[in-house]
Design a protein around this ligand. Structure first.
Ligand code: GLN
Length: 301
């Protein structure tokens, strides 16, 4: 669709909204009106209410092009979160860029799993492996004011986003950023046997399923954050094998899993013989979403 500026007079905000709605609807975006409001709020600084009240405002060419630029990128399936620059997680806004996975609501189940295990004062050293935006580790730091949280990521660009989020949420003093593959930087930091909590939302899409993902995910989110090897559980295997050496006595491990993966990942953890107890936690849709493991010297209870 051609986005022509009407020749007769300065185009209005109302005209921009109408055209933007058409562009997104034609591109097959499910709820175009809602997304147009977000994109125009971001591009022009109008609140939703102001947009309703000031529909006849004349727009400059610069405003028109800036707003339509975002709308066209959305029509090309760029995730709206990357265009706006943030995604809400556990009630807080996290900065996101194409360097990181966009936080998903089901990942909040990881936070619940850790908080459900909490005993007063005894959860002090936490590691969030493959932290991406930092949403898990930072939410835990905010929920556990006594905790020190190690955030690892193999991507320096991702770690930079996590750092920005730590500053945004005022917890940078209790966070340590470690660049490296999975748990390797935790070993390098001398944390063997010392971590009270190890959490991860590892990439878990089976390689063969990547091509069929919706274009927003497949074409824009980092493959490194999505691809979990042939069956999607390659990184869970690595983490289940590695975590027992890292956790302190009574330590706790929580791994997010994909839909349908919980029984297999749970069996892996049980078969390792390295944990005293293994169980799962469901997300708000009732899907088994997190495999929880208690370290070898845990007291039963
Ligand atoms: N820990 C981040 C999240 O849960 C990133 C996870 C990932 O990239 N697989 O959003």
């Amino acid at each position: 669709m051609r986005a022509k500026v009407p020749a007769t007079a300065d185009p209005t905000l109302r005209q921009l909204r109408r055209l933007s709605n058409e562009i997104l609807a034609q591109a097959g975006i499910e709820r175009p009106e809602r997304e147009v409001v977000w994109l125009l709020e971001s591009a022009l600084g109008y609140s939703h209410l102001a947009m309703l009240l000031q529909g006849e405002d004349a727009l400059t060419d610069v405003q028109w092009e800036r707003a339509l630029g975002l709308v066209r990128r959305r029509a090309a399936r760029e995730p709206v979160q990357y265009l706006l620059g943030t995604q809400e997680f556990c009630g807080r806004d996290f900065i996101v860029s194409p360097a990181v996975l966009i936080p998903r609501p089901e990942t909040e189940t990881v936070i619940e799993a850790v908080l459900a295990q909490r005993r007063s004062g005894d959860r002090t050293l936490v590691a969030d492996v493959g932290t991406g935006s930092g949403c898990i580790g930072i939410s835990l730091a905010l929920a556990l004011p006594e905790a020190v949280v190690y955030l690892t990521d193999v991507s320096a660009a991702a770690l930079a986003v996590a750092q920005e989020n730590a500053v945004r949420h005022g917890v940078q003093d209790r966070l340590r950023f470690l660049l490296g593959d999975l748990v390797a930087p935790l070993h390098d930091a001398g944390l063997e046997g010392r971590l009270d909590v190890v959490v991860a939302n590892p990439p878990y899409i089976p390689e063969s399923a990547l091509a069929a993902l919706q274009p927003e995910v497949r074409d824009f989110e980092p493959w490194l954050a999505l691809s979990g090897g042939p069956d999607g559980m390659a990184l869970h295997r690595t983490l289940i094998a590695a975590a027992p050496r890292l956790v302190a006595p009574r330590g706790f491990v929580a791994l997010e899993v994909g839909h349908g993966q919980a029984p297999a990942v749970r069996s892996l953890a049980e078969a390792s013989g390295a944990y005293s107890r293994v169980w799962t936690r469901r997300d708000t849709l009732g899907i088994e979403r997190v495999v929880c493991c208690q370290g070898p010297d845990a007291e039963e209870g």
